[in-house]
Design a protein around this ligand. Structure first.
Ligand SMILES: *Cc1c(COP(=O)(O)O)cnc(C)c1O
Length: 368
């Protein structure tokens, strides 16, 4: 790729075939479970042109080499699989509940030990990481919207000899680049903003460490946690418009955050873009935008918040996030959600619709 291009240009042009006569503009998914012997590809579980194009593009954006996985959880599980038996993992008290659940499950079987920390509390993280094998970071966290001091906690983790991994799903590589902040690897649920259209489940890891990349690639083969060719192709097709989608979604989110803050039924708005948010200064320093996810609390009971989620007509009441469609859900409706997440907290994933339409629908739902 030509150097010094803006990331919004790289996201469009990376991972394309060489420009020679008759070449297609983009790679196609290859639907073959095996390849003619004699080359390096071998078998469908080892490689696919659509994965390679997706990995190349994401790798250029994050500043490392990419690896596509069947889902964000498959990527997270492959990383956890690198922790030695009986090893120690430091993880946020609030983070994506699937990852926390996986760590708890592996702790209960004695496979590893997890220690939960407030990831926004740098001193607590630095203390806990002594002797740890893996420091798992998420920032901003899902759905509490806490912001870690990435350069500081990455440095603490590496100084302690831990492998430092950042779940960058909420920020995407266009808003935050954890490898440049000192992380060893970045993990994505590409299901969310990267694919962007709520039509595919896909994950990825990016690292600039060749040994770590090789270990993870070997885990992907061994665990069989591979994406289908069509999924990787859809992920890359979605990624091409990420810069445009994010621009619109995060300007919508900023506007809605301000309006929600002024709404009498809303007791708290969690969005790092708000000047009074506890994560604002950090996010402003380490991110190039505040993203399109926010959370609100209504200061009432779970039933009231649940009713709001069930009263929208435009906003989709569904789990997941990062699609072009605005979505909302009360996270504690899931029994596996962390109990310190308030029962009345509603996570909003702001899409690319017109902000006035989004506000009108939210306002009528808040009256419910
Ligand atoms: C959704 C999500 C995951 C899990 O990814 P899947 O693609 O659903 O397996 C991990 N981390 C975060 C922050 C997520 O939002």
């Amino acid at each position: 790729m030509i150097k010094d291009l803006d990331p919004s240009t790289v996201v469009v042009h990376a991972g394309r075939p060489e420009r020679v006569p008759n070449a297609p503009l983009g790679e196609s998914p290859v639907f073959s479970s095996t390849y003619i012997a004699g080359g390096d590809r071998g078998y469908g579980r080892f490689g696919n042109d659509a994965w390679a194009a997706f990995e190349q593009t994401l790798g250029e954006l994050e500043g490392g080499r990419g690896l596509a996985f069947a889902s964000g959880m498959a990527a997270a599980a492959a990383i956890c699989d690198l922790v030695p038996v009986g090893g120690r993992v430091v993880a946020p008290r609030h983070a994506y509940n699937g990852v926390l659940g996986l760590l708890d499950q592996q702790t209960s079987t004695g496979r590893l030990h997890v220690q939960r920390v407030d990831i926004a509390d740098t001193a607590e993280v630095s203390d806990a990481v002594t002797g740890a094998d893996l420091l798992w970071i998420e920032s901003p966290t899902n759905p509490a919207m806490e912001v870690a001091d990435l350069p500081a906690v990455c440095a603490a983790g590496r100084a302690a000899g831990a492998t430092v991994v950042v779940d960058n799903t909420f920020a995407t590589p266009l808003l935050q680049q954890p490898l440049a902040c000192g992380a060893d690897a970045v993990m994505h649920s590409a299901t969310k903003f990267i694919a962007g259209h709520s039509d595919v489940v896909l994950g990825a890891v990016v690292t600039a460490n060749d040994n770590l990349w090789a270990a993870l690639e070997s885990r992907r083969r061994g665990l069989g946690a591979i994406p289908g060719p069509m999924e990787a192709w859809l992920g890359l097709r979605g990624l091409r418009t990420l810069a445009l989608r994010l621009d619109r979604a995060q300007s919508n989110a900023a506007l809605l955050a301000e309006r929600l803050l002024a709404h009498p039924r809303v007791s708290r708005v969690r969005y790092p873009g708000l000047a009074d948010d506890p994560g604002h200064a950090r996010a402003a320093a380490q991110m190039s935008g505040f993203g399109a996810i926010l959370a609100i609390e209504l200061g009432g009971d779970a039933e009231g918040a649940q009713r709001v989620c069930e009263s929208t007509t435009l906003w989709v009441h569904a789990t997941s996030l990062g699609g072009v469609e605005s979505m909302l859900e009360r996270r504690r409706r899931w029994p596996i959600e962390v109990p310190t997440i308030p029962a009345d907290l509603i996570r909003l994933s702001v899409g690319i619709e017109h902000p006035d339409d989004l506000w009108t629908d939210l306002e009528q739902a808040l009256k419910a």
